[in-house]
Ligand binder design. Structure first.
Ligand code: CU
Length: 491
């Protein structure tokens, strides 16, 4: 992708006044009873989602450690799925899963074009897989449900980062066990780093001005355990406890005037619409698969499960006494900031960029639809094109390197239906249209997951650069486990 760096054309961070008063959430810790919601039998509709509790800002946000590269072995990285314990609440220990630790996992950074060997090891007492979400690797390395690693076993996978710089992630994808294993804590960030972001002059100091934010919600049982069998909802497990990077009641001390946040919706099912509590705007710079065609100034972003967004927030114009936080759409504070930078801002903003090539060519827009996907159902009655996942069945075939248009239709039911986040493995696609309309500027970038509203038809331009068998599925993890998944063979 060619870019013209518009030197001097600094992005404008217009700070609107404090128009949104922050609505105080008085959560009584109510939790959604499994299968016991009135009328809908636990079905997750838009208007009836358990609210999150506001962060009290008592814990400094945990930043996942970077995974060190090994130099003295025949693999560069080792990722181990293991059991652990985490103290989410004072005086209580919760059993959790983590990679190379108790909860979540270290951030893995690959250089654009780099090939690394990663040893994956399963120290759990159940099978798991290691899926590299958004990485365009051959099907054999993708870590889908066919690649189960048994307890105590390991294997070495080869990951080539043959794609633009992007914020990706990794998580388990074991057959019918993904939702439970993610719920218990298995997820980590996977970055591809490269020329794109360097030339754009973006903040890149990990943990200082370049910070991952993994948003998740959890529900705990009366013993403060993540007792999945008891707590789960087959329409997507939703909780009232907000975690950011696994931290309950987080706050972040901001020491740099311009901060880059790489935001992942790592929830099993919840959709997040994120805003700033003071109504200030910020800049979205990237979608799932890399930088946008050009930066987009906005005052909110919406992410369905598994989607990512990179944003820049310019704190330099904000008063250090001002209360600033990331909130959800209800105004509930999820991550308060403690503004602690001093002196003159060394970086007021970053350079803007624009592409001299169209996001999609006329030829690409005019390609006929060649794959039709119909998402339907709820709870455990979810299907794709009327079928449930069968590991022995290939649903679609597509030639490597040849772009095709997939149309994804979210067929409503007699209750209106629900949002399904649709994810395809092994590819970064482009959204051609939503119900015939051009996608919003913040969706004009590479994507691997896309939010599909009930009744909506979304056209995607899908190209697979590698061969193998790949999953496509709803990323509400319980829907995935309930069979809302198909397989495409790329040859
Ligand atoms: Cu779904």
């Amino acid at each position: 992708m060619k870019r013209n760096i518009l030197a001097g054309a600094a992005m404008l961070f217009i700070l609107t006044g404090c128009t949104n008063s922050v609505k105080e959430q008085q959560s009584e810790g109510e939790t959604m009873e499994h299968g016991a919601m009135e009328g809908m039998e636990g079905h997750m509709d838009h208007d009836n989602v358990t609210p999150l509790q506001a962060s009290e800002g008592t814990q400094e946000l945990v930043i996942p450690p970077l995974l060190d590269k090994q130099t003295d072995s025949d693999f560069e990285y080792e990722v181990v799925a293991q059991e652990g314990t985490t103290q989410f609440f004072d005086g209580s220990i919760t059993k959790t899963y983590g990679y190379n630790g108790n909860l979540l996992g270290p951030t893995v950074r690959l250089k654009e074009g780099e090939t690394v060997k990663v040893k994956v090891r399963n120290e759990l007492n159940e099978p798991t897989t290691f899926h590299w979400h958004g990485l365009e690797v051959p099907g054999s390395e993708d870590g889908g449900p066919h690649d189960e690693i048994k307890p105590g076993e390991s294997k070495v996978v080869t990951l080539k980062a043959n794609q633009p710089a992007a914020t990706l992630w990794y998580h388990p994808h074991a057959h019918k066990k993904t939702s439970e294993q993610v719920f218990k804590g298995l997820a980590g960030m996977l970055y591809v780093e490269g020329a794109d972001q360097d030339s754009a002059g973006l903040p890149t100091s990990y943990g200082l001005d370049d910070i991952p934010l993994i948003f998740q919600d959890r529900i705990f049982d009366k013993n403060l355990q993540l007792n999945y069998d008891e707590l789960m909802n087959s329409d997507g497990t939703i909780g009232d406890v907000s975690l950011v990077n696994g931290t309950v009641n987080p706050k972040l001390t901001v020491t740099q005037p311009v901060m880059r946040f790489r935001i992942l919706n790592g929830a099993n099912a919840r959709n997040y619409t994120l805003r700033l509590s003071n109504g200030a705007s910020f800049t979205q710079i990237a979608s799932d698969g890399g930088l946008l065609e050009e930066p987009v100034k906005t005052d909110e972003i919406t992410l369905s499960a598994s989607e990512r967004s990179e944003i820049l927030i310019d704190f330099s114009e904000m008063d250090s006494n001002e209360t600033v936080a990331i909130t959800d759409e209800e105004g509930t504070i999820l991550l308060p900031f403690d503004l602690a930078f001093e002196g003159e801002a060394t970086r007021k903003s970053v350079e803007s960029w624009t592409s001299d090539e169209p996001f999609l060519t006329e030829k690409e827009k005019d390609l006929p639809i060649s794959k039709q996907i119909e998402l339907f159902g709820m709870m455990d009655m979810v299907t794709i094109n009327g079928k449930k996942f069968d590991p022995e069945r290939i649903d679609l075939r597509q030639k490597k390197g040849v772009p095709e248009v997939w149309e994804i239709y979210n067929k409503p039911d007699n209750m209106g239906g629900m949002i399904h986040p649709f994810h395809i493995h092994g590819t970064q696609f482009k959204i051609i249209s939503r119900d015939g309309k051009e996608p919003a500027p913040n969706e004009q970038g590479l994507k691997d997951s896309v939010l599909i509203e009930p009744g909506e038809r979304v056209k995607l331009l899908v190209t697979f650069p590698e061969e193998g068998t790949y999953m496509y599925h709803c990323h509400i993890l319980e829907h995935e486990d309930n069979g809302m998944m198909g397989q495409v063979e790329v040859y």
